[in-house]
Design a protein around this ligand. Sequence first.
Ligand code: ADP
Length: 286
Amino acid sequence: MKIAIENVDMTYPSGKQALEGVSLNLENPSMIGLLGPNGAGKSTLMKLLVAGLLPTKGQILLDGIPLQKKEKELKEKLGYLPQSFGLYDELTVYQFLDYIAALKGLKNPGAEIGQVIRATNLEEKKKARIRTLSGGQRQRVGIAQALLGDPGFLIFDEPTVGLDPEERIHFRNLFSRMAQDKLVLLSTHIIEDVQSVCNQLVIINQGRVLFVGTPAELIWNAQGHVGVFEEAGGMEEEGLHITSRVNTARGVSCRAVADQLPGFITPVEPTLEDAYLYTILREELR
Ligand code: ADP
């Protein structure tokens, strides 16, 4: 499955332009992390990909054919976990999945529901009413419904929001298992979510794509733009973005990103988070 996003603009009826000139090629198998600050346009892009919105300019092609003409095929191949997910509180986990299986027209719902319940570790909760579940368990139900029908293309919009660290690790492992033979697009503003599992990153900010490539390429781009220094009085900090400030016995130890590192800063190897911040802030820091 190949998805080509060609020069897409999206302006909402309110006049707000959420995406501008977005071009991307997505192909399976792949685990793609879509990163960007709040309001960057991530959800808008995902809604366009599930044909929930139509671009105001440009087009999206699924295996070479415009998405609108392939909507039925897309729905069959697609699993989507939107950001706000209305679960049916009074249903049990099993009843809810059975309902979604019917909506998806699955031929053998019993076996498929069993499979997704196992994949998301919900065996113990399958008879529990959804209203009694924790945030992490509810997210797992959301992921389970997306997996029903074994779609080849999965879109998860901020799936780890509100989860505790242990649950986030569980999800990351689940995602990387799924990505072995699928196209998984995962939107987040939490860098650790994509660090170990995504082979491809897309960074967007203010509706524009700033970077497409591997995590290693992102880090490489930020080489020479990240450094550390001991804070002292009267230091010129313009053109710098301080990413951490730690009190030590010797004073305050700072880490910063900059387009041009001033002489008082010692360059260090960027982390993925540094590299992400540098990409987002580069224009402002110039
Ligand atoms: P993200 O998912 O990265 O947080 P969104 O795609 O939700 O970003 O939003 C991108 C921009 O579009 C934001 O400025 C947001 O306020 C605006 N926006 C999102 N949905 C709508 C809408 N239905 N009508 C008008 N503006 C919207």
